[in-house]
Write a protein that binds this ligand. Structure first.
Ligand code: FA5
Length: 359
């Protein structure tokens, strides 16, 4: 067989294959064309290859080279046709999009019940003239204990009752707070009373603030305790402040928070029970009366309060002969639970959307 004839056959086949791939209407037609031209057993390229054996010996290298070129060209034409088809399928799908279909509704999230309670508390206390301030959750023992009149020997400072941090890891420069601490022990604050000290250290009297935030204690979790919880701290310092002011503010706070919801317009009462806190003198436990939907009456323990101890005023540079003040610290979760009838504090932190979306 002459080389020219062999090459003419190859060129003709290549042109036919190109046309065939280009005109294949769908994936099935393209596949049929592929089998016709490139099929391993009975493909037409295979048939032309058999002619290679009949080409004159001297022409064989040139014939073989041309054969390989054409084979690659046909394979490339097939791949290109396949690519065109799949791109076309995507476009077709996009064009099939029905713009008249109703959209998928976006599910709105909502604030966590504790966050809602905090916002309501800030709102009520704001109306009573208290400014909300923040304090750090990692504290030194000066603000968490020492300045609050809790001496080194006090059992409240026991490592087993607090989350101390390994201060050795906090070399100066590693954390913004560490530098000024001079290697003093650090802990996750166990109460928001720390913020009283921070505010008084940086502000001359009069002071009228609240602080709401997380505190941490190694308490075993049960229906009313959690190792992380929130407190609302209140502090009022001025000339001539008395326990009567404390009681009035707490009663107004409780009445605003619960009055319309639980008591159905009934008066809300606040009860003080004698207690002890190193940073207040005298100190009290604060209870609030409540009536539930079934008309049952009871007392809810809210937290601690008292008149700021003169030692604390002195520690921050105030003159206890000049000014007096009161402070209180209430558990936010307990109040939130009472409002919504939640009976187990753990439910607030299990992140079960079926529970949380009810509030
Ligand atoms: C204090 O933390 C004082 N700092 C309160 C205070 C402030 C007194 C200012 C005087 C002046 P106490 O440890 O009792 O007090 O905690 C206050 C409230 O936090 C409790 O009444 C309770 O409502 C809540 N509480 C305490 N431990 C937990 C806990 N593990 N889980 C949830 N709530 C808690």
């Amino acid at each position: 067989m002459a080389l020219a004839d062999f090459i003419a056959d190859l060129n003709a086949l290549s042109a036919e294959a190109d046309a065939s791939f280009a005109s294949a209407a769908d994936a099935a037609a393209l596949e049929a064309a592929r089998v016709e031209y490139l099929g391993a057993k009975a493909g037409r390229l295979k048939a032309v290859q058999q002619g290679l054996g009949k080409v004159d010996k001297a022409d064989k290298p040139a014939a073989g080279k041309r054969f390989n070129e054409v084979k690659q060209a046909i394979e490339a034409a097939f791949a290109a046709a396949q690519e065109r088809q799949s791109r076309g399928a995507v476009v077709a799908e996009r064009e099939a999009f029905d713009v008249t279909l109703p959209g998928r509704p976006v599910r709105l999230g909502r604030l966590h019940p504790v966050t809602q309670t905090i916002a309501e508390m800030k709102d009520i206390m704001g109306r009573l003239g208290f400014t909300a301030v923040e304090g750090p959750e990692i504290e030194d023992d000066w603000h968490n204990f020492e300045a609050l009149n809790i001496p080194r020997s006090h059992p409240a400072r026991d490592p087993l009752d607090n989350f101390y941090l390994a201060t050795a890891q906090l070399t100066p420069g590693e954390s913004p707070g560490a530098k000024s601490l001079g290697g003093k022990p650090l802990l996750l604050r166990s109460q928001t009373s720390t913020v009283q000290i921070r505010v008084m250290e940086s502000t001359p009297p009069p002071v009228r603030i609240i602080s709401l935030g997380r505190v941490y204690r190694p308490d075993t979790a049960d229906a009313t305790h959690y190792p992380m919880f929130h407190q609302i701290e209140g502090l009022l310092i001025d000339r001539g402040v008395t326990m009567a002011d404390l009681k009035s503010v707490l009663r107004l706070f409780c009445q605003s928070y619960f009055g319309s919801v639980e008591a159905g317009g009934q008066d809300v009462h606040v009860r003080f029970r004698p207690s002890f806190f190193p940073f207040t003198e005298p100190s009290v436990e604060v209870d609030m009366s409540w009536t539930n939907a079934a008309g049952e009456h009871g007392w809810l323990e809210m937290g601690g309060a008292g008149m700021v101890d003169p030692n604390v005023l002195r520690a921050v540079g105030y003159d206890p002969e000049e000014v007096t003040g009161f402070a209180f610290g209430l558990g936010v979760e307990r109040i939130c639970m009472r409002q919504h009838g939640i009976t187990d504090i753990r439910a607030l932190y299990e992140n079960d959307v079926r529970f949380l979306e009810q509030f």
